[in-house]
Design a protein. Structure first.
Lengths: 476, 474
């Protein structure tokens, strides 16, 4: 990935960070500037005696700085990227210092795997694990203790069984709550959804079922994005799904393996990146990927969920055509992107979480860093109505399916009042756009037929990318 | 369960509550004998609803076809433009300069950027072309929208369909070239015009007002709108027809005439302010009192030529201000120049009068007007932001090269008081008025400031340069 001013601007949490970074562009502020192995790093003299250490990965715009700033990326990181982008300073080729290696070994990015493979010159693993702040404090490698490992494994198993029991107890409470809502009437539930959902959501958090808890916590917000008359039937859909997930979890042994894995993930059992990458059964697709949407949403738990939606370039060979990378960053950091921008293209092997409709993935191996591409995105020849049948098929496979990308050819954007619809002239079918797009996508209503991709969540079609007679449109 | 049963039996029960409206027993088939099957039916109903396709509306709006022959701004400029116009800009001056550039270069923003620069488009729609005007009108009721005609596509045949300001500009241009034809055009649409349009368009007749306009003006003495009647009467009075201009009489009541000189007696004039008008409010009172009077009318009332009127007023600053305002309103810049010789602080006085329009002055006239006001200050340019802010808002034109040279030679921005030096409003307004040939010199002076202070003004200069360069090469 080569840094450009546009990319840096997109990564910056706000304009003042950029202005502050601009002040640090003088090479005299940087006693050390170096590069090597796809990384650039430097030391920036701040107001204290010790300079801040900054490292940036050029492969995926990952970064780390030792300054205490609460903004991410901080001004030092932005300044380092900026100097790299406009080549206003020279970066001396150098071997990667220990503090940079340490950061690499800790991070959860595509370069982490490479970092994990780092060895000493004699082929052994490094004995020390130096801190980014202090590299000169060696730590003794703890000796392996089989008994301790056995005890730890037993403790993990005990913890797992306790959690299983807690989840099942939580599901019982959920059923009782659902029954109460049905008895009192779903129309009544809609009126007091916020309070009601908060109560059961907290109960499910206690029951260690964070997936279901989060789904119910977000339910009132989701309902209120819909017009008033649509809310009761949407509540039936959502509560029905919640019950379905609970049932699938209880009867996981009777389900196909992938659907059972979906149920466990929906309840809240997470799969770590390490576990996923070491799972030989996980689907892997090595291809060129294009970022067609970045959706950033603040969650009630003060984390921002950043979804980077990818579309496989050069056509599909029957494997996954779409993928999504999901990052969580603290809302307080101000960061709103995951490092990739819409239009970026990169080559990577993606490893997909096990699912009947595999979408969520991790980058297993990054073969070529992201670059902005002006090429049109590869689309199938499906019209909107044909794509919608793909959605219906996926829904049949995974009944609690959330968002699915749909691509379309030769559709038009039409208006009815302030509501926008993506309209398929041939079949006459239309998908409503969310009200948040009623202004941003409005210019497309005057450009005739368009090809593109968007995200359908069962209620709204979020238009993400369109190729038009006036050029490319992407969701701002 | 069939679709009909879902909607007629299951959903009413689920929505209203199963305690009051139990689910039909024939539909509840629990898979597990230990539960009552209600929740299973909830899931099934929810899933059935998920498979229902979203309903399409009965009809869609038909989008109007906009004929916009302006070129779309170059692709490479789109992002910098959006970045600048969506950033936190301290003043409106950069947007004003950009809108002017769009208009002069016959460019328009890319349609896809309109939502991103919505405030800019709404504020300057008329300078951004028909597509932008259409965008700005989208939120308005249908009755308030207009046809979207570009001025270069405006002819006498479609003139009546354009926006009022465009029509006034078109009529003004025609009036300068051919006053008879312009009046005939106005007369042809007069019965259909609303009061606001009649008043605004009638103003255009002050350009090259002549006796041939008299019959038309006479018919307006019975116009329904009092202000149209008043304006027509004023024009008739200037032509020596009709009753004397009441505004002129009000002015004359306040002007004291005298004689001075030992050998050759010369007329002297003095404006006496009412007792309830203090020094601060005097300029505004003068503007209001003299706004309906022409230079020739006033000179004629004292049986003086225009130049003699100025000569007779030299000892009275208030009357000089009145003459400067009248000369501006009449677009008689040669007379304004003579007045300013005796009133070097005319810029300050006009600002204090709260003058807010230069009427139908062309851009070159506005630039000359600006130069006339600024030149007397020489190296002592006013270090007060309000002066420059007012000047740019009023003229809506780049500074003439001579004014910009004064700013640059004096290193004006660098010599501002410490607390204002490098502040965003100052840098923005000077960047916005800087004419193209002097931008490089201004950039060199900007280099003296902290780079974080000049992000917006430098970006503005770069964009303006690039817009002009691309248009020249196109």
């Amino acid at each position: 990935m080569s840094f450009t001013l546009e990319r840096i601007e997109a990564l910056a949490p706000d304009q003042s960070s950029l202005a502050a970074a601009r002040k640090l562009l003088k090479p005299s502020s940087w006693p050390t500037l170096a590069e090597g192995e796809g990384l650039v790093w430097g030391e920036c003299q701040g107001s204290g005696a010790t300079p801040y250490r900054v490292v940036v990965s050029e492969a995926d715009a990952g970064y780390k700085c030792t300054c205490p700033s609460r903004k991410f990326p901080c001004k030092h990181t932005l300044a380092l990227m900026w100097m790299r982008a406009d080549r206003s300073a020279s970066f001396a080729p150098a071997s990667v210092p220990e503090w940079v290696k340490d950061w690499l070994s800790r991070r959860r990015g595509p370069s982490a795997a490479a970092a994990g493979k780092r060895t000493n010159e004699d082929g052994t693993k490094p004995k020390t694990r130096p801190s980014i702040r202090a590299t000169d404090v060696p730590e003794a490698e703890p000796e392996a203790d089989p008994k301790a490992e056995q005890r730890a494994a037993a403790a993990r198993e005990r913890s797992r069984l306790e959690r299983e029991a807690a989840v099942l107890a939580g599901l019982e409470a959920l059923d009782t709550w659902l029954s109460d809502q049905v008895q009192q009437g779903i129309a009544n539930f809609v009126a007091q959804a916020a309070q009601s959902c908060r109560t059961i959501s907290q109960r499910l958090v206690d029951a260690k079922a964070p997936g279901l808890a989060g789904r119910l916590d977000a339910l009132p917000t989701r309902l209120f994005t819909l017009p008033d008359p649509a809310r009761p039937s949407a509540a039936i859909r959502e509560l029905g799904q919640v019950h379905l997930i609970g049932q699938a979890y209880r009867r996981a042994s009777e389900l196909p393996e992938l659907l059972a894995a979906d149920a466990r993930q929906a309840v809240g059992w997470s799969v770590t990146r390490e576990d996923l990458l070491s799972d030989p059964a996980a689907a892997r697709v090595d291809a060129k990927w294009r970022v067609f949407a970045v959706i950033s949403e603040a969650q009630p738990d003060r984390l921002r969920r950043v979804e980077t939606w990818l579309c496989r370039q050069g056509g599909s060979d029957g494997n996954s055509y779409y993928a999504v990378l999901i990052d969580f960053v603290p809302v307080s950091s101000g960061a709103a992107t995951g490092g990739y921008l819409v239009g970026d293209e990169f080559e990577a092997e993606l490893c997909f979480y096990r699912s009947t409709v595999p979408l969520r993935a991790q980058i297993a191996t990054l073969r070529k860093g992201a670059e902005q591409s002006k090429e049109p995105v590869t689309l199938t020849n499906d019209t909107l109505s044909v794509s919608y049948t793909h959605y219906e098929r996926a829904l049949a496979q995974l009944p609690w399916l959330g968002t699915l990308p749909l691509n379309f050819r030769s559709a038009t954007l039409r208006r009815n009042g302030l509501q926008l619809y993506l309209h398929d002239e041939e079949s006459g079918s239309s998908l409503p756009l969310p009200s948040t797009q009623s202004t941003e996508a409005l210019p497309l209503a005057s450009v005739g037929r368009i090809d593109g991709i968007g995200l359908w969540n069962g209620y709204h079609f979020t238009l993400a990318w369109a190729e038009t007679s006036l050029g490319r449109w992407v969701r701002p | 369960m069939k679709g009909s049963a879902l909607h007629t039996k299951v959903l009413p029960s689920l929505l209203g509550g199963t305690s009051r409206n139990p689910l039909p027993k024939d539909l509840v088939r629990p898979s597990d004998p230990t539960c009552d099957g209600t929740l299973e039916l909830l899931s099934l109903a929810g899933q059935a609803l998920r498979f229902e396709r979203p309903p399409a509306p009965d009809s869609f709006l038909v989008e109007p076809e906009i004929r916009d022959e302006r070129a779309i701004v170059e692709e490479a400029l789109r992002r910098p433009l959006v970045r600048l116009l969506s950033a936190k800009i301290a003043t409106e001056h950069p947007a004003r300069a950009l809108a002017r550039s769009f208009d002069q270069l016959r460019l328009r923003p890319h349609s896809f950027d309109l939502p991103l620069i919505d405030d800019f488009v709404r504020s300057h729609a008329e300078k951004l072309g028909p597509t932008a005007q259409h965008w700005a009108d989208k939120q308005k009721p249908e009755a308030e929208t207009h046809s979207y005609l570009d001025p270069e596509l405006l002819y006498e045949s479609n003139w009546a369909q354009a926006r009022l300001s465009r029509r006034a500009t078109f009529l003004e241009q025609l009036r300068r070239d051919d006053p008879e034809r312009a009046r005939a055009l106005l007369e042809s649409t007069w019965p259909q015009e609303e009061a606001e349009a009649r008043f605004r368009l009638l103003h255009v007749l002050q350009t090259r007002l002549g006796t041939t306009d008299q019959p038309f003006l006479t018919t307006l003495e019975k116009d329904r709108a009092p202000r149209v009647r008043g304006l027509a009467a004023k024009f008739l009075s200037r032509l020596g027809a009709g009753v004397e201009n009441p505004a002129l009489l009000a002015c004359l009541e306040r002007i004291k005439q005298g004689k001075s000189g030992m050998l050759r007696k010369r007329t002297t004039l003095e404006l006496e302010l009412p007792a309830n008008v203090n020094e601060q409010s005097a300029p505004h009172w003068i503007l209001q009192t003299f706004s309906e009077v022409s230079f020739s009318e006033l000179a004629g009332a004292f049986r003086l030529t225009d130049e003699e009127l100025i000569e007779a007023s030299t000892k009275n600053e208030s009357l000089l201000l009145a003459l400067a305002l009248i000369a501006s309103s009449d677009r008689r810049l040669n007379l304004l120049e003579l007045v300013v010789v005796h009133l070097p602080n005319a810029w300050q006085k006009m600002l204090e009068s709260r003058l807010d329009t230069l009427g139908t002055m062309s851009e070159s006239e506005r630039q000359r007007w600006q130069a006339i006001l600024v030149h007397p200050y020489g190296k002592e340019l006013p270090p007060n932001y309000l002066f420059w802010d007012w000047l740019h808002r009023l003229t809506d034109a780049p500074a003439p090269a001579s004014v910009m040279s004064m700013i640059l030679k004096a290193k004006f921005l660098l010599k501002l008081p410490e607390r204002e030096r490098g502040s965003a409003p100052w840098l923005e307004v000077i960047a916005a008025i800087c004419p193209a040939p002097q931008r490089q010199e201004l950039r060199e002076q900007f280099a003296e400031f902290d780079p974080s202070q000049t992000v917006i003004p430098l970006s503005l200069l770069d964009i303006l340069d690039q817009m002009e360069r691309n248009r020249t090469h196109a």
